[in-house]
Design a protein around this ligand. Structure first.
Ligand code: ZN
Length: 492
């Protein structure tokens, strides 16, 4: 594996010097990792040193870490100022010099609001890059955001996804991955298909189809040589997973009807109760990760202590107060503000990008297996004014989705404000629902949720306007599915 060693060395030197990462080096590392898996069945001992893995490589000297961070921030800002209309203007107006920025001085760079990127995406595209693919965010919270990617960025992202599929997800050639994300989300789809098949696994695109059809396809025998008998891995958004759980519970599917070994969820808040119900319904562990189109390949993975641990290699993480943009204190809630670094991103360049995602900082120093990388809570929800900090999506879903009398995905709305009182409006299966309201009120009080009333509905049409979820992006198919009857026994 001399070639890999050389590629890794070159990669390591490029990171330290903030030189351009050669996609072919990352591709070579990914290819050799796959070859190692094919030959020995397991990754080599040095896999913790591979790009994007939070192994020993992350435990470097704090002084060296600061130097690398300063160098990366300066290099990213320098290129953004030189080559994008937006940052050229911002730095000129404030008289900022990218070459004088350090971690403290970086706080003088204004936070980039999401609406700036949404309203003028090309003002963030580097004049030195060749745009190749426009990735659109799902935009359930409004108009989608366009993020241009260069071919080199795609190659880098795919190579890193391949390493992550092999090491993080544990994907092997006998596996088959079904992707039940929106078919129009080109970038995640491309990444999932490329990384799975480069590992040697097979790939099936479901899209967000009728959940009854998706369950039939998950349970159907594949009959492929060298492959597990049925689909082993599923990737979906939390709300689409909720529709699958709802349908599986309703139609009497059993976990043994499926061959799933792992379910990956991203893009939306996954509540504790939904996670538990999905694991019971499908008999497979559910895991989450944090990735977003704007800041790839930066991301975060959960640890066993329940934190979300963020990569440092590909970008700079800040957690800031969503109103003052001052750093969030330990134990408090703030917004993820991220700067993706230039060697990995060269087309759409962002400095201090306000992601809108709320997290809590741990009150104490984490003591877990990933303690050497920055930790936050899991994403609590999206910033939507001060109420979203006191009543975040996660707290509401933890309350609601634990109740089997609430159809999934949960449909709810909040009205009022903290001064006049906040009311939670919620759709349930049927009314009256004896005991449900009292139970919800008790649990809301125990969780410290500032709600003045909970109102139940048995008709969704009566619910005040609710936020759409990704499962609402239903893709139609010509397949006809029998919708009546209770399923028993194994799937067809
Ligand atoms: Zn942790």
């Amino acid at each position: 594996m001399f070639g890999t060693a050389l590629s890794q060395l070159r990669y390591g030197m490029a990171v330290l010097r903030n030189r351009r990462i050669r996609p072919q080096d990352l591709e070579r590392i990914a290819r050799d990792l796959v070859a190692t898996l094919a030959e020995f069945g397991e990754p080599g001992e040095d896999s913790a040193l591979l790009p994007g893995q939070s192994g020993r490589s992350a435990q470097i000297d704090p002084e060296v870490r600061r130097t690398v961070t300063r160098r990366s921030l300066r290099a990213t800002a320098r290129i953004a100022v030189r080559h994008t209309a937006y940052y050229h203007r911002v730095f000129a107006e404030l008289g900022l010099d990218p070459d004088e920025l350090d971690e403290t001085g970086y706080a003088r760079v204004p936070v980039t609001p999401k609406k700036a990127l949404r309203s003028m995406p090309t003002a963030f595209v580097s004049t030195a890059a060749v745009p190749a693919l426009m990735a659109l965010t799902t935009g359930t919270s409004g108009a989608p955001t366009a993020v241009w990617y260069s071919r080199a960025e795609l190659d880098t992202t795919i190579a890193l996804s391949t390493i992550s599929a092999a090491l993080g997800l544990g994907l092997r050639p006998r596996h088959t991955l079904a992707y039940a994300g929106c078919s129009r989300a080109t970038l995640p789809l491309l990444n999932a298909a490329e990384s799975a098949t480069r590992v040697g696994a097979s790939f099936v695109q479901f899209g967000t189809i009728d959940p009854a059809i998706a369950l039939d396809r998950l349970a159907a025998p594949l009959g492929l040589p060298g492959k597990s008998p049925r689909i082993t891995h599923l990737t979906a958004s939390a709300s689409y997973l909720a529709t699958l759980v709802e349908r599986a519970e309703r139609d009497g599917w059993r976990a043994s009807d499926f061959g799933l070994e792992s379910i990956g969820v991203g893009g939306e808040v996954l509540s504790g109760p939904l996670c538990a119900r999905a694991e019971a319904a499908f008999g497979a562990p559910v895991s989450t990760s944090y990735l977003m189109t704007e800041t790839l390949p930066s991301g975060a993975t959960p640890c066993t202590a329940g934190h979300l641990h963020h990569t440092r290699e590909f970008g700079h993480l800040e957690v800031l107060d969503p109103i003052t943009w001052e750093p969030t204190a330990p134990g408090a809630t703030g917004m993820i503000v991220h700067t993706p670094y230039v060697p990995y991103r060269d087309c759409t360049l962002l400095l201090r990008y306000a992601t809108g995602d709320l997290v809590r900082l741990p009150a104490d120093e984490p003591d877990c297996e990933l303690a050497h990388t920055p930790a936050t809570s899991a994403v609590l929800g999206r910033w939507n004014g001060p109420l979203s900090v006191h009543l975040p999506t996660r707290a509401l879903l933890d309350l609601i989705e634990a109740e089997p009398e609430v159809p999934l995905p949960a449909r709810y709305a909040l009205t009022g404000d903290p001064e006049t009182g906040v009311r939670l409006h919620l759709v349930v299966r049927a009314l009256p629902a004896p005991g449900l309201l009292g139970r919800l009120e008790d649990r809301a009080t125990a969780a410290g949720l500032p709600l003045t009333a909970i109102v139940l509905y048995d008709d969704r049409a009566d619910l005040p306007a609710a936020t759409p979820v990704r499962a609402d992006l239903r893709e139609h198919t010509f397949e006809s599915v029998p919708t009546a009857g209770i399923r028993t026994g194994s799937g067809r």
